[in-house]
Design a protein around this ligand. Sequence first.
Ligand SMILES: Cc1ncc(C[n+]2csc(CCOP(=O)(O)OP(=O)(O)O)c2C)c(N)n1
Ligand SMILES: [Mg+2]
Length: 665
Amino acid sequence: MGKLVADIIVETLQSAGVKHCYGVVGDTLNLIARSLEKSEIEWISMRHEEAGAFAAQAEAQVADRLTAVAGSCGPGSLHFINGIFEANRNRAPVILIASQIIRDELGFEFIQEVDFKQVYRDCSVFCDMIHTPEQARRKTVIACQTALAKRGVAVLIVPADISASVVDDNIPYAVHVAKPVTRPNDADLGEIADILNSSENLVLYGGSGCQGAHQEILAVADKLKAPIAHTSRAKDFLEFDNPYNIGMTGMLGNEAGYHALLDCDALLMLGADFAWRQFYPDKAKIVQVDIDPTHLGRRHPIKKGVVGDVKATLEALLPKLVERTDASFRSAYVKRYAKYREAEQAKVAAGHDGSIPGSYLTQVINRHAAKDALFAADDGTPAAWAYRHIEANGRRRIFASLLHGTMANGMPSSIGLQKAEPGRQVVCMAGDGGISMLFGDLMTVVQQELPIKIAVYDNGKLGFVEIEQKAEGMLDTFTKLKNPNFAGVARARSLGPDRFERGPAGDRGQGLAGATRARASARARQPDAARHAAVHAGRTCNRDGALFCSRDPARPRWRRLGDGEGEFPLVEVAFPQRQCGTPHCMRVAKHCRHGSIEIAEIAGAIGFAHGKVFCRCRGRTRRSSADSRLVLAGPAGQISRPAGQHRRGDHPHRIRAQMAGEGRP
Ligand SMILES: Cc1ncc(C[n+]2csc(CCOP(=O)(O)OP(=O)(O)O)c2C)c(N)n1
Ligand SMILES: [Mg+2]
């Protein structure tokens, strides 16, 4: 007896392990929707397909299983695009059922016709149409299998007349996924061992490929007396229970990780494909282990590259390594990391005037979140705070858009995380820009009755962009946001308790106290109807948001300019050693000879401290020239920076290290 193709497709998805399908129904998808309804796959009605793709990729990552999204023809299946890019870059096994107009009309600009093969080619590991009813099962199988085996998105284009066809279906095509253990051959391992054994100071540098290899990495670090630095994506896998950890490198990282990489003689890169080239060492011999052969040496020249799973490779490599006794290099960086963490910790404080610094709010969230919580952070400062202030413990996971770098990923990803792990706490750290971009799917949270905790980092701006602009020497441009009262939004959307109030202005800490109360009350009520906690963070700040000036050279007092949000300035900046000749001038750089500096500021707290300093001079914004000699007057005192050292790509931690009193010229 024949079978409906829509049923064949859904049956195949189910046998490939799909538990949830996220999307919006309509026209060409309706038959498949009916098949889904009869199946064990749960349909999640989204308000925007992009949010559905974010949710699916989060579920696919945390549960490590194929997850589906499906859309109607034309705009319906087009809307997924940004989330599909996110999924594919995160190597999340996701299948998009892109329903299509009937075959007979394809190629004639029929209403809602979109060539999905063109659209999705660059963000998928499989993208093809079911051309005949007879190939339905085989093509769905190969789509699922490719998504799982190549780890990425499979786009299966299904014309409506195909899903409505009935076909004999007696050939047992089925999804096969092999999980081989891959490791380099013995000769390659011997070569790696020779490089490492003959080099003096070694550093291990781990990326997301280190998942599941904690024990082996520590064993190698122990034997080689090497510190372990890591990328942000590897934080979940390497930060915990690791006495050799020296933290992240990169924009979100710290000076210990950064300098260790620069100072070592040999670097063992493990499953890391970190994109920013300026963070790689020039003098060290780099040995790279990666499961993807195309990653070898693509960021920076390497001495030796091998293909393998990190765990299996290190297991085989360990016996070939010579045990060391001198751990002084490692100790120096481990101490430096501890010092950095202590200093960072000391800076975190509640805000003033009811404001709540993002760092402080994140530390509160970190303290109160469950030990196995799942965090989803929006691209923007929430992701930066998450990676800096949420502590990994081997059970928690942080999800952010680190490869695609898209806004609005946080809340929709939380939906997928909560659907995948209904018993775990899911915390969304949302930007005010991010959450309002896909506001509609707050209703999915309500409709699905998901107990997600949402903290809105309401700084009234596209804060991360403002920092970027400062780093480029610009004043903030088009970054302001006129926001609704997010507490009101939460209430209006029946998101939960009605207690989300911003603390009264001037009442120090009230905003956070209110937020914490809200959280506590939401918790107390669980598992009652009101299970959602949307924490209104009040105005957060990034710590480099403070503006300073000193108008009188005779009395060089710094004062905070209006609108300074920071409780604790990271840096106060001036161009030193030159007077521009006007009474209201502080010591300024040579190119500001005409007038008074009104503002001098530096962007830096979260990593864009390229040293671009700008000032306002008679109403015109000027930028420091590359050879300006800067003085960073931080809490540690006046520290000058040698001329010519400030350049784009300069590392923030070098600056911070100097602030902390190190490297003073
Ligand atoms: C879809 C998309 N649009 C624009 C950007 C550029 N961008 C990156 S972060 C950011 C600001 C995010 O603002 P918000 O969510 O309020 O977080 P904040 O940085 O203020 O904490 C923007 C516009 C992006 N990454 N993705
Ligand atoms: Mg914002």
